[in-house]
Design a protein around this ligand. Structure first.
Ligand code: BJ8
Length: 422
C-alpha cells in the first residue's frame, strides 16, 4: 500500500493500532482471494481497491471535502443514497466486518451485541478506520434494537441523523417512509447547503439504478451451469459497491461482465463439473467478512447467490425514473426501498418468497442460513425460513457465527457434511 500515514494522522486516527490491521489484511486477502485459480482479469480493479482500502477512496473523500463537499456514512440498505448524491454529497457504507474492531465496541456495548454493531462502534471510538473518521454525518435507522441504541452512543462523538423505518408494510407505512425520506432530504440540504432539485434527484436516481443494473448483470452469470466467476469474488464486488464511487464502480463492473460474457461463450468455469451450488441467506457480510464463502468454496461448494443485504437485497428492483417532481420521485424511492425484505419487518413472508424464487433462479442444490451471533431478528426468522425451505424440498443448513476464526474448523465440518449429502 502507498504511504497514507500523514493522511491518517491528520484524520486523528490511532495510527499505531491501525498498523496492526494493515499488517493482517493483505495476508487474509491473499489466502482467501489471490489463492484462487483462473480468476477473471478484471478482478484486478477490485484487488487494487482492497489493497488500498484505507488509502485511495478515503483520499478521494477528503479531496471532495476540501472542495466544500460533505460525506455521509450509512449502515443500512434502506437509506436512500440517491438523496445524498443529489445534494452533491457522497454516501459511503460504514458497517464494520472485522473482529479487529469488536473489542473497541465491547468497551461500551454489552458483549451479547451483534458483531456488526460492535465492530462499527469500535471502529469509530477507537479511531482505527479512516471512513469512520471522514464521514461528516452518520445516518442510522431504527431497524434493530442494538443499532437504535448504538446511534445514541455514536451521537455523542459525531453528528447522527436517524431515519425512523416502519416495521410493517401497509400503505400507511410506505407513506410514512416517504415522509421520512422528505425529512432526510431537508437534513441533507441544510447540512450541505445544496438544494435537491428534481433534475439533480433524477440524475442520482439514474446513477444508482445503473449501479443496480450492473450488479444484476453480474449476478445473472451465476445462473449459468458453468460459473465464470467464484462466489467469493462476487461477494467482494458487492462489498466494494457500498463505498466505491458509484459511476466508476458501474463502469468497472460492466467491464468485468463483458469479460464474463466471453468466458461463458468459451465455456469457462472456475469450478469443476458437479460442484454443488449453494445459496446463502441471512445477515449481511460487511467487508472483510469472507469467512463463510471461503469455507463453502474450499469444501466442495460454489456460492451462487446471496439473499442478503450484501447481495440481492441491495440491487433488486429499480426506482421508477419516469417521475418529474421531487415529491413524486420521493414516493418512487419509498416504493422501491420498502420492497426490500429485512427481518426487522413483520410479517415478512415476502422474504421467504424471495429465497424460494432465488433458489430456483440460481438452480441451487442447498441453502445455508447464516446468522450473525446475537441477531435475534434473523435468528428467530430462521425458524420459518428453514421450515419453508424444507417444505419446498430445498435442503437447508442453519448456522450461527461471528467474526472470530475460532469456530472455522467446526463450521467446515458441518458445511462439508452438508455439501456431501446434497
Ligand atoms: S436491511 S439486514 S442492513 S438492518 S445490525 S439486524 S445483523 S442485530 S444489519 Fe441490516 Fe438494514 Fe436489515 Fe440489511 Fe441483525 Fe446485527 Fe441488527 Fe443487522
Amino acid at each position: 500500500m502507498a504511504d497514507y500515514r500523514k493522511m491518517w494522522e491528520d484524520l486523528g486516527m490511532d495510527v499505531e493500532t491501525h498498523d496492526q490491521l494493515c499488517e493482517v489484511l493483505p495476508q487474509a486477502f491473499g489466502d482467501v482471494y489471490l489463492s484462487q485459480e483462473n480468476r477473471p482479469e478484471s478482478m484486478d480493479y477490485y484487488n487494487f481497491v482492497v489493497a488500498e482500502i484505507h488509502g485511495v477512496r478515503p483520499a478521494e473523500l477528503i479531496e471532495h471535502q476540501k472542495k466544500g463537499g460533505k460525506v455521509f456514512g450509512t449502515f443500512c440498505v434502506y437509506v436512500p443514497d440517491e438523496i445524498v448524491f443529489a445534494a452533491d454529497a457522497i454516501a459511503t457504507g460504514l458497517c464494520g466486518g472485522s473482529q479487529f474492531w469488536v473489542p473497541g465496541g465491547e468497551k461500551v456495548l454489552p458483549t451479547n451485541t451483534c458483531p456488526l454493531i460492535k465492530a462499527s462502534v469500535g471502529a469509530r471510538l477507537d479511531r482505527t478506520c479512516p471512513f469512520f473518521r471522514i464521514a461528516d454525518m452518520y445516518v442510522g435507522e431504527t431497524t434493530c434494537d442494538g443499532k437504535k441504541k448504538a446511534w445514541e452512543i455514536l451521537a455523542e462523538d459525531v453528528p447522527v441523523h436517524v431515519m425512523d423505518l416502519p416495521q410493517m408494510k401497509r400503505e400507511k407505512d410506505v407513506c410514512s417512509w416517504a415522509d421520512e425520506i422528505r425529512t432526510f432530504k431537508k437534513v441533507v440540504e441544510d447540512f450541505t447547503g445544496n438544494e435537491i432539485t428534481a433534475e439533480k434527484l433524477a440524475a442520482s436516481i439514474h446513477m444508482i439504478n445503473n449501479k443496480r443494473k450492473a450488479l444484476e448483470r453480474l449476478y445473472a452469470f451465476r445462473k449459468n451451469d458453468k460459473l465464470p466467476i467464484s462466489g467469493k469474488d462476487v461477494l467482494l464486488i458487492s462489498q466494494i459497491a457500498f463505498y466505491d464511487d458509484p459511476t466508476r464502480f458501474t463502469e468497472m463492473t460492466n467491464k468485468l461482465c463483458d469479460e464474463l460474457e466471453k468466458r461463458v461463450a468459451d465455456g469457462v468455469s472456475v469450478f469443476p463439473e458437479g460442484t454443488k451450488r449453494i445459496m446463502l441467506t441471512g445477515t449481511p457480510m460487511a467487508i472483510p467478512n469472507w469467512k463463510i464463502h471461503n469455507l463453502v468454496e474450499t469444501s466442495g461448494g460454489a456460492v451462487v447467490c446471496e439473499e442478503m443485504c450484501t447481495g440481492t437485497r441491495y440491487f433488486e428492483r429499480l426506482v421508477d425514473e419516469t417521475k418529474t417532481t421531487v415529491d413524486e420521485q420521493i414516493d418512487a424511492l419509498a416504493e422501491r426501498y420498502m420492497g426490500i425484505n429485512c427481518a426487522c419487518f413483520t410479517p415478512n413472508h415476502a422474504r421467504i418468497d424471495d429465497i424460494i424464487r432465488l433458489a430456483k433462479e440460481y438452480k441451487v442444490d442447498g441453502v445455508i442460513d447464516v446468522n450473525l451471533k446475537f441477531c435475534s431478528l434473523y435468528d428467530v426468522e430462521g425458524y420459518t425460513v428453514e421450515r419453508e425451505l424444507q417444505k419446498a424440498g430445498i435442503p437447508v443448513l442453519g448456522i450461527e457465527t461471528d467474526y472470530v476464526d475460532s469456530d472455522a474448523q467446526q463450521l467446515r465440518t458441518r458445511i462439508s457434511a452438508f455439501i456431501e449429502m446434497l
